[in-house]
Write a protein that binds this ligand. Structure first.
Ligand code: UDP
Ligand code: MG
Length: 319
């Protein structure tokens, strides 16, 4: 087995329907890496508390496939935590992170590896197109546009977790201990020479998306609030604008009084003012809450995941 090797980290949650295809396509790619690139590989699958027969199928396969390791988590910890578990375990000279639903095509792996061998420490697989259409597709586009505008640093857009990280970048990434993890952002933060490889995102091979809509919204909030202080500053700006207008309006009222122009004691103005200010205050408190909740989460310092068992075939070769 060659000294340098590639680790592939893949979270799996209730994916039994597409596992046969995944196992077949991945094995073919891993064989290719060995044959054409003379690279050994380790395939780290993180079972994120699947409730179907995913773990069973994977274990059966792992018994025959020495390159495969299964990290079985004690329950469902979520996509990002599962990836974190895999990253901490992986030992390769480069680590490829990808979803296990075949939306990230395994056949792109050799291209990522080529770019890495050309000297890029971070290779991001960028979607040329999205499989998601309709409302969900529009929301994704909206999110990426907002993130690009709001983020305090220049953020890559149109990419997910799929990509390759050199060992150095992985080690740097693992030093970031925050709990609310938005991987594309953390990857940008780490820096180094980054390259892109374009691909067409496919429909998932089978089954339904495992990230519920609320999870995706949370993930989007994590992305924005952990990489931007602009919402906090926006509250300040909003307060400033509203105060300026109120001050001018007050001046206007005083002038009217001075010239004895009859000001009708109305109902509309106070109502509008109260509702508007009330709304702005609630939104502002909500934004503060988003940050506060995240701070609370960080302060607790809980681990990202709990491992139930690590399953792999007994190996004769080194690791
Ligand atoms: N996944 C996971 N834990 C979860 C949800 C999803 O490990 O709680 C895995 C899932 O099996 C898949 C990947 O994360 O391999 C991406 O999930 P999904 O396709 O549902 O997300 P989307 O493509 O909608 O972002
Ligand atoms: Mg998917």
């Amino acid at each position: 087995m060659p000294a340098t090797s590639i680790s592939i980290v893949m979270p799996i949650y209730n994916e039994e329907a597409l596992l046969p295809e995944l196992l077949e396509r991945m094995t073919r790619v891993l064989d290719r890496l060995e044959r054409e690139f003379s690279l050994g590989s380790e395939w780290v699958l993180v079972n994120d508390g699947s409730r179907d027969r995913s773990l069973e199928t994977l274990s059966n396969f792992a018994a025959r496939e020495s390159r495969m390791t299964i990290i079985d988590l004690s329950r469902n910890f979520g996509h990002q935590s599962a990836i974190q578990a895999g990253l901490e375990y992986a030992t390769g000279g480069a680590v490829i992170i990808m979803d296990g639903d075949l939306q990230d095509p395994p056949e792109l792996i050799p291209e990522l590896v080529c770019s890495w061998q050309a000297g890029n420490k971070v290779v991001v697989a960028k979607r040329r197109s999205r499989a998601e259409r309709g409302v969900k597709g529009m929301l994704f586009a909206l999110f990426h546009a907002m993130l690009a505008r709001l983020s305090d640093m220049k953020m890559e857009t149109g990419s997910g977790v799929f990509g390759l990280l050199d060992r150095r970048a992985v080690n740097d990434l693992l030093k970031l201990h925050e709990r609310n993890r938005f991987l594309p952002g953390l990857r940008t933060w780490v820096g180094y020479t980054q390259a892109n490889v374009l691909y067409d995102r496919e429909e998932r091979a089978a089954g339904k998306p495992k990230q519920s809509f609320t999870r995706l919204v949370r993930y989007a909030f994590d992305a924005i609030f952990s990489f931007s202080l602009k919402p906090l500053r926006a509250i300040w700006t909003l307060g400033f604008i509203v105060s300026t207008f109120s001050f001018l309006y007050a001046l206007f009222l005083i002038v009217m009084r001075m010239f004895h122009i009859n000001v009708v004691a109305g109902f509309t103005t106070p109502t509008v003012a109260i509702l508007l200010l009330g709304g702005i205050q609630l939104i502002s408190i909500g934004i503060l809450g988003e940050y506060l909740g995240r701070i609370y989460d960080e302060v607790k310092q809980r681990p990202h995941y709990v491992i139930n068992e690590i399953i792999r075939a007994p190996k004769s070769d080194t690791r």
